[in-house]
Design a protein around this ligand. Structure first.
Ligand SMILES: *[C@@H]1O[C@H](CO)[C@@H](O)[C@H](O)[C@H]1NC(C)=O
Ligand SMILES: *[C@@H]1O[C@H](CO)[C@@H](O)[C@H](O)[C@H]1NC(C)=O
Length: 314
């Protein structure tokens, strides 16, 4: 609402020549419009919050509160993910590459950009990995239970300031290397024996923190797995990265993303965790990976669990 000073200031110019009655009428109309605008603003604000709190309501989750300058990939984007070594094969003609933040030099990201690909940089945001170059920065007291299937890796306390500082430094690295977005893994400690008492609420708070820090650096961000918190964080996310929703019959949970016009980069590992070969998956194993409700909108890849170069589309 304009202050008396502002009204006086404008009265000194155009308003000066108008009759008092006309001024009063215009002031009344202005106040009415202002009141309407404020009411509408509050209503819209509530609507957006509802949308963010309830991803399954669908619709325009893509815009509310998001930084419009950050990259939003469309539903159905094609992709490739290679995490077991530095990327050495950029031939797959897909829209998006998800590659390891530490293993890959900026020149690889530049090369992908020159081929009109977008690049998502992967790092583990919820675990300590003893081989990473910043491993010595993790305080011992913030390290929890080991991940049984992944040697040298343990859950970390995602509520710790020290851990969060490490992750913002990783986001700085992602920006320096020219990544378009980040894929922070292992944010679902609540769903695992983490040894630190981590809860869903801790995940929600941590994911929102990562989203703010990513956005401040012009980086897009996605939610890895963590189906239980989708409705609380989907407004802050530009995509989902999901593993094995078809195998576990939970793709309907992740479909909240495609309904909000955000892609689900979906992985299935029909060969299991022992076999990493170049053999194509066929028959029932392929059907089970590829066919489920709304599967036509998912960005599904069949991969070896070690996430090497080999991939197959549906
Ligand atoms: C990529 O690197 C891996 C690991 O060093 C190697 O096994 C593979 O043959 C390489 N692939 C290509 C296409 O160079
Ligand atoms: C969006 O991100 C860009 C790049 O970091 C930044 O310059 C800009 O201020 C951000 N805008 C908003 C509204 O957060």
């Amino acid at each position: 609402m304009p202050s008396d000073e502002a009204i006086k200031a404008s009265a000194a110019s155009g308003w000066k020549t108008w009759s008092t009655k006309k001024k009063a009428a215009i002031l009344g109309i202005t106040l009415f419009i202002l009141a309407l605008a404020i009411g509408l603003g509050v209503g819209l604000g509530l609507g957006l919050n509802n949308d963010n709190d309830n991803g399954s309501s669908g619709g325009g989750g893509g815009s509310g509160g998001d930084n419009t300058t950050t990259w939003q990939p469309p539903v159905g984007s094609t992709w490739q993910i290679v995490l077991s070594y530095a990327l050495n094969d950029t031939r797959p003609a897909v829209d998006v590459y998800d590659i390891d933040l530490f293993e890959n030099p900026a020149s690889t990201i530049d090369e992908l950009h020159a081929q009109s690909r977008r690049v998502i940089c992967y790092f583990s945001a919820g675990t300590y990995e003893d081989w990473r170059e910043d491993a010595s920065s993790f305080p011992q007291e913030d390290i929890g239970a080991d991940l049984p299937d992944w040697e040298g890796e343990s859950w970390v306390d995602i509520t710790s300031e020290a851990i969060r500082d490490i992750m913002t430094a990783r986001l700085d690295l992602a920006r320096e290397k020219g990544c378009d977005g980040v894929d922070p893994d292992n944010v679902d400690g609540y769903d695992n024996d983490n040894g630190l008492g981590l809860s869903e609420e801790d995940t929600v708070d941590y994911v929102r923190f990562l989203a703010r820090e990513a956005r401040d650096r012009g980086l897009s961000i996605g939610l890895k797995n963590a189906g239980a918190v989708i409705d609380r964080v989907i407004g802050d996310m530009q995509w989902s990265v999901n593993e094995q929703c078809a195998e576990y019959h939970e793709c309907d949970v992740y479909a909240a993303f495609v309904r909000a016009n955000k892609p689900v980069f979906h992985l299935e590992y029909p060969k299991g965790d022992k076999v990493n070969d170049e053999v194509e998956v066929t028959g029932r194993r392929k059907t089970e990976a590829c066919d489920f409700g709304e599967s036509d909108k998912f960005s599904t890849l069949i991969k070896n669990m070690d996430l090497d170069n080999w991939y197959q589309t549906c």
